[in-house]
Design a protein around this ligand. Sequence first.
Ligand SMILES: [Zn+2]
Length: 127
Amino acid sequence: MPLSLFRAFGPPPDALVRAPLLAGVMGKGVFMKTYKLMAADGSTIISETPGALGGNSKAGIYGRLDCPAANSALSKGYAQHRVFFANEQDAIQAGYRPCGRCMRAEYKEWKSGPEGNGSYPWKQLPK
Ligand SMILES: [Zn+2]
């Protein structure tokens, strides 16, 4: 067959080598989907379940995974420093504050500052 046809339809050479290797690993149950989450102390933990909340490690903000503000920012550089939390308590303890768009009630509580009766450690103060 002409070389050009092989290029168009043939598998890339390394796929032939990788496929059996991957199958072997999966068969042993080693190939498992894991998620990187941020723990309350800011360290990274590997979880078998995805995080419940997203976070912006640059801005120190956490919010819902379906947050419109977060999702529109993903393509504008946010994706590079996005982190995930298993729960809200971890996010708060890690020093993150709630998103003003998707977590209005929590944001209002945080915004009221240390004078309020909120549960935030206010590692970063409202501006
Ligand atoms: Zn949000």
